[in-house]
Write a protein that binds this ligand. Structure first.
Ligand code: UDP
Ligand code: MG
Length: 339
C-alpha cells in the first residue's frame, strides 16, 4: 500500500527544509505503508524549485511537478492529485500549519474502514480574529445555500482513498473549489480533531480579497440560490408596487391630484435601480463562470516532471534527460550531452 502526500508550493523557499525534515520521519514510521511525496511547484518565483530538487536528492521518494506558471492553490493541488499513485492520498500545506504527526491518526481511521478522514481544527487561535469570524460566516452562508454541507473548520488536510480520488476526477469543472467537490462526492467519512499551528516561515498567500473571491467561488459552484432569489425579490417588490399604485389612485380620486411626490418618486426609482443592478451583478458572477467553463481550458499546465530519483537510478542516465537537466540546474554544472 502506498500513501501519497501531495504538497503545493508557491514561493515557499523558507519552509521547504522544515517541511521535509519533519514530514519524512513521520512517513517513515508508518507501518506497512510505503509513501511518496508529490511536490507541485506552482510557478514560484523564488528558490523553491531548487530547494525541492535538493530535498528530492536527499530523501528520494519525491516526485516533483513544475507548473508553467502560478495557477493558484486549487489548481496546483489538482495537478498533484493527478500525479499521485497512492492507495491513500493526503493533501498537505507546505507551511507546516497542519502538524504531520496527525497523519498516523488519519491512517488509523482509514484502517478502520473509512474512505475519507477529515482533519478538523478544534482551535483556530493562530488565525486572526477577523479571519475566524469571516470563516465562521462563510460556513454558515455556504451551508445554508448548498445542499451538500461542508464541515466547519476542515481545510484541505485530510486522508482519502483512491476510489474517492477517482470520483473526484470525474468532476470536470475548471473552477475547482476543492472543499465543495470533496463534500459533493460523499463516501464514508469521519473526523479527527487537531490543533492548527502558525506558519513555520514565510507569509500567507491569501489576502482578504482573494478569500472573498474564494468564498464566491464556493457559493456559485454549489448553489444557484443567489440567482433564483431574484424571482422572489422581484415578485415581492412588484406586489408592493401594485398596492402602492392602488393607494395613489384611490387617494387621487378622493382628494384630487396633489403635485408633490418628487421625493418618494426619486427614492423609489433609485431603490429599484439598485436592486436591479445587484440582480444583474449576481447573474454576471454566474455568467462569467459559465463563460470560463465553456472554454474548456486545462486546469494547469506542466512545464516539467521529475520522477523520484530511486526509480530513475535503475534506468540508464541518458534515458532520463529530465534528471540530467535537474541535476545540472541543481549543481550549476552544465548538462551532460545526451546522445
Ligand atoms: N499555494 C499554492 N499556490 C498559490 C497559493 C498558495 O500552491 O497560488 C500553496 C502554499 O504554498 C501553501 C498552501 O498553498 O503550501 C497554503 O497556502 P497558505 O499557507 O498561504 O494559505 P493559508 O494557510 O494562509 O490559508
Ligand atoms: Mg498556511
Amino acid at each position: 500500500m502506498l500513501l501519497s502526500l501531495v504538497v503545493p508550493f508557491y514561493n515557499e523557499e523558507d519552509t521547504v527544509d522544515h517541511l521535509f525534515s519533519r514530514v519524512v520521519p513521520v512517513l517513515e514510521s508508518l507501518d506497512g505503508l510505503d509513501y511518496e511525496i508529490v511536490c507541485v511547484d506552482d510557478g514560484s518565483r523564488d528558490a523553491t524549485l531548487g530547494k525541492l530538487q535538493i530535498e528530492r536528492r536527499r530523501f528520494g521518494k519525491v516526485k516533483l511537478v513544475e507548473l508553467s506558471r502560478n495557477f493558484g492553490k486549487e489548481s496546483a493541488l489538482t495537478a498533484g492529485l493527478d500525479e499521485s499513485n497512492g492507495d491513500v492520498i493526503v493533501p498537505f500545506d507546505a507551511d507546516l500549519q497542519d502538524p504531520p504527526e496527525v497523519i498516523p491518526r488519519l491512517v488509523e481511521k482509514w484502517r478502520q474502514g473509512y474512505d475519507v478522514v477529515l482533519a478538523q481544527r478544534v482551535d483556530r487561535n493562530t488565525d486572526t480574529f477577523a479571519k475566524r469570524k469571516t470563516a465562521a460566516m462563510f460556513y454558515r452562508v455556504h451551508n445554508a445555500l448548498a445542499p451538500q454541507h461542508i464541515p466547519e473548520n476542515v481545510g484541505d488536510f485530510r486522508l482519502f482513498t483512491r476510489e474517492v480520488l477517482e470520483a473526484l476526477k470525474l468532476l470536470p469543472e475548471r473552477q475547482r473549489f476543492m472543499k465543495g467537490l470533496f463534500a459533493w462526492v460523499g463516501f464514508r467519512s469521519t473526523v479527527v480533531e487537531y490543533v492548527r499551528d502558525a506558519r513555520i516561515a514565510g507569509r500567507t498567500k491569501f489576502s482578504g480579497w482573494k478569500l472573498w473571491n474564494f468564498a464566491l467561488e464556493g457559493f456559485t459552484s454549489f448553489s444557484t440560490l443567489p440567482l433564483r432569489v431574484w424571482t422572489y425579490v422581484g415578485s415581492t417588490v412588484a406586489a408592493f408596487a401594485v398596492l402602492y399604485g392602488a393607494f395613489i389612485v384611490v387617494r387621487t380620486l378622493l382628494k384630487g391630484n396633489a403635485v408633490p411626490g418628487y421625493a418618494s418618486l426619486a427614492s423609489i426609482i433609485l431603490f429599484l435601480g439598485g436592486i436591479q443592478l445587484i440582480g444583474i451583478g449576481v447573474i454576471g458572477e454566474y455568467l462569467g463562470r459559465v463563460y470560463f467553463e465553456t472554454k474548456h481550458r486545462p486546469i494547469y499546465l506542466v512545464r516539467r516532471r521529475y520522477d523520484p530519483i530511486e526509480a530513475l537510478a535503475q534506468q540508464s542516465y541518458t534515458a532520463a534527460p529530465d534528471t540530467a537537466d535537474a541535476a545540472a540546474r541543481w549543481t550549476g554544472k552544465p548538462r551532460p550531452a545526451t546522445t
